[in-house]
Design a protein around this ligand. Sequence first.
Ligand SMILES: Nc1ncnc2c1ncn2[C@@H]1O[C@H](COP(=O)(O)OP(=O)(O)O)[C@@H](O)[C@H]1O
Ligand SMILES: O=P(O)(O)OC[C@H](O)CO
Length: 500
Amino acid sequence: MEKYMMALDQGTTSSRCILFDRKGNICSVAQKEFEQHYPKPGWVEHDPMEIWASQVSVLSEAMNKIAALPEQIHAIGITNQRETTIIWDKKTGRPIYPAIVWQCRRTSERIDRLRADGMTQKVREKTGLVPDAYFSATKIEWILDQVPGARKRAQEGELLFGTVDCWLVWKLTGGAVHATDYTNASRTMLFNIHTLEWDKELLEYFNIPQSMLPKVLPSSCIYGKTDPEVTGGAIPIAGIAGDQQAALFGQCCFEPGDVKNTYGTGCFLLMNTGSEPVSSDHGLVTTIAAGSPGEVQYALEGSVFVAGATIQWLRDELWMIRNASETESLCQSVEDTAGSYLVPAFTGLGAPYWNQYARGTFVGLTRGVSRAHFVRAAVESLAYQVHDVLEAMEQDSGYTIEILKADGGASANNFLLQFQADILDAQVDRPGCIETTALGAAYLAGLATGYWKDKEEIRANWQLQRSFIPSIGETKRKQKLKGWKKAIRCALFWANDEEE
Ligand SMILES: Nc1ncnc2c1ncn2[C@@H]1O[C@H](COP(=O)(O)OP(=O)(O)O)[C@@H](O)[C@H]1O
Ligand SMILES: O=P(O)(O)OC[C@H](O)CO
């Protein structure tokens, strides 16, 4: 009887379930988009029950598509949008507030206060992170402050916190397991990445009771078994990793210096730095990477908040395109952007700028700018943002990045990857399977349960689909980048009335 490895990939805009075989081939896939809520400018929320319902529905759909039985699922690996914060009642299992999504800016001013309190350096040293509303800590604090009675209930042990992986594990195990993994914990701004423990001083600073936090385990280990009521049989949950660390693993970036970039809702460039954390002087964060059983590895990360989301915006708000893939031929239909640049700083700018008050801008407009030029400027903005992060990464790590491994939904766009190679002056490689996030989660679960023997067996599955080789001269490249840097300067501090 054929056995499969199941990956549950709970992303920002959709929930996916993929069944893989031993070669890493996709045998079945099901995907469901869910609703994004924007209750106020800069706020982003999800309904945790909708996340759960969509995840369970794709789980069944993926199995039904190939008539797979529960006993054919060797194990489950979970990967997820990171930082997104859910707090629920331990007894009823009901969330006490919507999920506050990683993109949400509601706690920006709280971060200003944290900086004024002189906490920046401490946070950096302990957690590896640049203080920002992006991470979970201020989101948890906000819910405990704003939901009537929440802090008291948390102190009395009635409430639980979890990132999305933890929420799914809790639901999948029928409330038996409250746990997360090192990679997700390292995104909360409450976890000490050196001691691998929740940090008491930070918990005290944010007034968050430790009793509401999950147990933290390695990414590749058995967390528990699913409730047969939910999955039709008890299946081991044997891997968890935040989606970007899962993609790093799925791309087989096992050695120090290996780099991948995922082009999804945002763009996330990660470099494996091995068993020692490397700290950044150029606006990157230090984070925990997913390791095979028994090892802890670190990564440097540059997070770009808005990437593929720009393409969705063109489709849903501006009605410039009907679907994302249309952008490729539109971009190719014009020579360039006619001198225009789009900076999609819709929720501020992440790495390497970390400017909470930056906002989107479109500059260089002339009467000759057409829809195709606009769309091309939008697609090019993904590549420029990745360029800025990669430049910082080379400075921090001391490595020259000659090959960038690409994945994620928008990496299907050939124009984008060619432009990326041009603007980086580096080769960009796209693997046969761009679902590397899900694949990484499957690998982690498979290594913990013996479905795959070791990393070497996994590495043999990685296949190149296409390489993109730089094709523009240095003068043109520098000229384009100069325009981009000017555009960035226009976007910085836009939403902060006190800054000039
Ligand atoms: N051919 C394409 N060209 C440009 N962008 C694309 C293309 N296909 C998908 N996208 C963008 O990629 C994103 C979806 O990628 P995915 O990896 O599924 O994201 P996530 O995991 O963040 O939900 C969407 O924002 C979509 O607009
Ligand atoms: O869901 P994605 O792929 O946009 O990833 C979101 C990141 O994990 C946020 O840190």
